[in-house]
Structure formats: structure tokens, C-alpha cells
Design a protein around this ligand. Structure first.
Ligand SMILES: *Cc1c(COP(=O)(O)O)cnc(C)c1O
Length: 307
């Protein structure tokens, strides 16, 4: 069982917040575990407990070559003395990017499949083939969203967060968003910022709510216009925001998830979306392992954790 560092909410100080009569705090999930920080800690927690209870020794999951989820599974497996297998979309490219390098350094075995096969990741036949190839394993879906994951993300908010009026989070597969909705107190608004381009996420969230039997009667809202080009894309304005945020508050953001969410919140603050007196809590869901990979891929420098 992984144990987390204390979870802190860091209040931000800025003239704009004063002018608008707002409070903004960051829930620093990026600091909660050395190997498995961010929302992935919560998404994996009950999956890891279940895998151990079922006496599995190997975790297998799917992801892209820069995936935070792949990284997190490799680190969690290592921390628990388990084996891990990462089924990676696309062809192997050498040298390994920083994400896959860190994964293999923690013992993850990588297996590359083409895009067509990767789409079969939920087919029983394909899973059976993987079992014949690798032996028994505990399967964690791509992006990690399943019942256990949502159960875990319900633990992100605690009793002392009840005083916040708005909770902001980034959305990938929406597991975290749904867990927050389930655990929010009455009257709290959950604001989700989709990292991906497109309106499909509304239906995705509706479908998942049905599957996981989540009654989303809190007043939540999904924003789809802060994708900055889409997943694994970027705009210079986002890079500039990430640097500005780091220089102003000393907090590192990533360009896939947390940077977009905070750029969105900041924009909404400027546009008077939040009524005076609102107390906003933005969830820093981690993802900083990806900053090095982003620079590796694009050549664009970002603040990184110095190691
Ligand atoms: C995976 C991830 C997300 C998306 O979480 P979902 O539960 O898939 O919506 C958000 N932020 C970071 C940093 C992540 O790594």
C-alpha cells in the first residue's frame, strides 16, 4: 500500500484576486508522493489494493509514449515490488523518451503495438492473447478510469475543503472529475477543463456517469475551449502562461493538463465568471514527469523539477 504525504492547499496572492474579491488556492497533489504524485495516486490506490488482495504480481496497462498513467503504473509497481508491463501505442523510437526511460528504469516491460491493435485494448480476445504472451496480470485500463479509480478520486477532497465554492480540475478520461462530483459538498461547483479538443467529452461524461451510477446533481460545468490545440498540442500562449505562473507563484504546471486548467481559471477570473466572494480550489493533478518529455519532443523549455 502506498502512503501519501500530507495534502496541502496553497493559497495564492495576486492583485487580480484582490481586485475581483476572490480567493484561489491550489491543492498540491503534485507533492503527495515522490514516485506516484498527482491524481494518479488516487486513481491507482484501490486498483493496487485489489491487485494485491487477488494475489497478482504483475500490473499491465496501456498508454501513449508520453503518458503520465504509464509512468505512474511503472513507479507504483516498483514501489510495491510488483512487475509491470506497458502496452505502448505506436512504434519503438530510440533513444527512449524521458517517460519510457523512467518506466523501464523501474522495471516496466514495454510492448509496442500499432494503432489498429491498440484500439483492441478492451477486446476479450486481445486481452487473452496478452495473457498467453505475458502470463497472468492485473489489468488497469488506459487512462486508469474504472470503478476502483473513481473510488480513489473521491478521497481527493476532504472535510476542510467544504468552504470552497468552486473546484477546478483538468479532464482527460474524466475519472477524476467524476470522483470530485461524487464527493463535493452541496452547492459546490465542480469545473472541469477538457485537455482534449472537441465536444465529445460531454457525452463521455454522461455515459460514464451512467456506467458508474453517478448522480451528478452538483452544479458542475465542463469547459471545452481551453484545449490550446488539443492533447499533446500546444500554443505559445500556454507556454508563456506556464512560465508566468511559475515565476509569479513558484508552482510548476504541465502543458497537457494543469497548465490548461489554470490558464482557463485565470481567464475566467479576468472575465468575471466568478461572483465576488467566491473561493476557488484548483486541483494540481501532477503530470510534471511529462515536462521533460515535452521538451524532448518539441525543444521548448519548461520549468521542471530539478533532480
Ligand atoms: C491523467 C491526468 C489527468 C486526467 O485525469 P482523468 O481522470 O483521466 O480525467 C489530469 N491531470 C494530470 C496531470 C494527469 O496526469
Amino acid at each position: 500500500m502506498l502512503s501519501s504525504n500530507p495534502i496541502v492547499n496553497q493559497p495564492l496572492d495576486h492583485p487580480l484576486l484582490e481586485e475581483k474579491g476572490l480567493e484561489l488556492s491550489i491543492k498540491r497533489l503534485d507533492l503527495i508522493h515522490e514516485l506516484v504524485p498527482g491524481n494518479k495516486f488516487f486513481k491507482l490506490k484501490y486498483n493496487l489494493l485489489k491487485a494485491q488482495a487477488e494475489d497478482h504480481h504483475t500490473l499491465l496497462t496501456f498508454g501513449g509514449a508520453y503518458s503520465n498513467h504509464i509512468h505512474a503504473v511503472s513507479q507504483a509497481a516498483f514501489a510495491l515490488g510488483m512487475k509491470s508491463i506497458g502496452i505502448i501505442r505506436g512504434e519503438e523510437t530510440l533513444p527512449l523518451n524521458p517517460t519510457l526511460k523512467a518506466a523501464t528504469e523501474k522495471g516496466m516491460q514495454l510492448y509496442y503495438v500499432n494503432r489498429e491493435d491498440f484500439r483492441k485494448k478492451k477486446d476479450a480476445d486481445f486481452i487473452q492473447q496478452l495473457k498467453e504472451k505475458f502470463g497472468e496480470f492485473y489489468l488497469i485500463p488506459e487512462g486508469g478510469t474504472n470503478t476502483e479509480a473513481i473510488r480513489g478520486t473521491r478521497e481527493i477532497l476532504s472535510a476542510e475543503d467544504e468552504s470552497f465554492t468552486h473546484i477546478g480540475t483538468s479532464i482527460g478520461t474524466a475519472g477524476t472529475f467524476l470522483g470530485l462530483i461524487q464527493s463535493a459538498s452541496l452547492g459546490q461547483k465542480i469545473l472541469g477543463f477538457s485537455a482534449l479538443k472537441g465536444e465529445f467529452i460531454h457525452k463521455e461524461v454522461a455515459d460514464l456517469s451512467k456506467i458508474f451510477d453517478i448522480d451528478s446533481n452538483t452544479q458542475n460545468q465542463i469547459f471545452t475551449d481551453y484545449h490550446f490545440g488539443g492533447y499533446a498540442k500546444y500554443r505559445q500562449s500556454l507556454i508563456d502562461f506556464i512560465w508566468w505562473f511559475f515565476e509569479t507563484f513558484g508552482i510548476i504546471l504541465d502543458p497537457i493538463y494543469t497548465g490548461k486548467m489554470l490558464a482557463g481559471i485565470w481567464d475566467l477570473i479576468e472575465k468575471d465568471f466568478f461572483p465576488r466572494g467566491s473561493k476557488i480550489l484548483a486541483i494540481h493533478s501532477g503530470g510534471l514527469q511529462g515536462n521533460e518529455g515535452f521538451t524532448f519532443q518539441t525543444g521548448i523549455k519548461l520549468p521542471t523539477l530539478s533532480r
